[in-house]
Design a protein around this ligand. Structure first.
Ligand SMILES: N[C@@H](CCC(=O)N[C@@H](CS)C(=O)NCC(=O)O)C(=O)O
Length: 243
């Protein structure tokens, strides 16, 4: 039986793990859980609330994108998701940690409030998913779902404004890692796989795509990840948008 990857459709850390499994050539089946129901399901099945979680062929379970990628590197060493040089590997691991702890939550805090204000975009985020909810149903449910996700992710208006203000500095940092070769090599490493899906998620919001896609970080995300969902330009207040 192939590994089972428990995901929320469109979740960026789930995309991290799915891509790593593909790169390693490990067969897997996705099990999609609609948000925010995944919180209860994951807690029961894995012990903690978050996706992704994976159940390997031998029954072992693991939760958390970084822990799962480390285990995949152990199980299937090639292609390696870390450089062989220990100093370079340490730099990649630090970029991966930042991508998980700092950048990944920003993606959620920016998406959910924007989606709440633009519920007509909700069906585009459901496209390609396993759970066949009609667009009209998704549109109707979105205010409730997004309100719960906003609460879960502490996506307050203050956090929203602060994240948008911090974004240019974060994009500069990622572009710096691409320039020094920490990110963006031919074979993606753990930090590429952690950071690029958040960029791809941010770029589903056209206001942000316009500011990211032309940069090295935007090109990296577009090369590695094509994700569903689109919120047209004008959704984010111009006063809050990075120059
Ligand atoms: N940073 C962890 C956690 C991922 C995470 O927070 N996933 C979100 C979906 S994108 C989630 O399940 N949130 C539910 C919650 O916070 O209770 C990882 O990369 O695995």
């Amino acid at each position: 039986m192939p590994a089972k990857l428990y995901v929320v459709h469109g979740s960026h850390p789930c995309n991290t793990v799915a891509k790593a499994l593909e790169l390693k050539g490990i067969a897997f089946k996705k099990v999609e859980i609609p948000p925010p129901g995944h919180v209860a399901v994951m807690k029961v099945l894995f012990g903690k609330r978050t996706v992704p979680g994976i159940k390997f062929e031998d029954g072992r379970k693991l939760q958390g994108s970084r822990a799962i990628l480390a285990e995949l590197d152990r199980l299937v060493p090639e292609p390696a998701l870390l450089p062989p040089d220990p100093a370079a590997a340490a730099t990649v691991l630090e970029a991966e940690r930042w991508g998980d702890e700092v950048f990944q939550p920003l993606g959620r805090r920016l998406l959910w409030p924007t989606l709440k204000q633009n519920a007509s975009a909700a069906p585009s985020y459901g496209e390609g998913g396993q759970v066949p909810l009609p667009g009209a149903v998704l549109k109707t449910l979105m205010p409730v779902i997004s309100r719960m996700e906003i609460a879960l992710n502490k996506a307050t208006p203050e956090a929203y404004a602060a994240d948008l203000a911090a974004l240019p500095g974060y994009l500069d940092r990622i572009d710096g890692w691409i320039a020094d070769g920490t990110l963006g090599r031919d074979v993606p490493n753990r930090a590429d796989l952690q950071i690029a899906p958040t960029l791809a998620l941010l770029m589903t919001m056209q206001d942000l795509r316009d500011r990211i896609a032309g940069r090295p970080c935007g090109q990296l995300a577009d090369r590695l990840f094509r994700v569903g969902g689109h919120i047209p330009a004008g959704a984010i207040a111009p006063a809050l948008l990075p120059a």
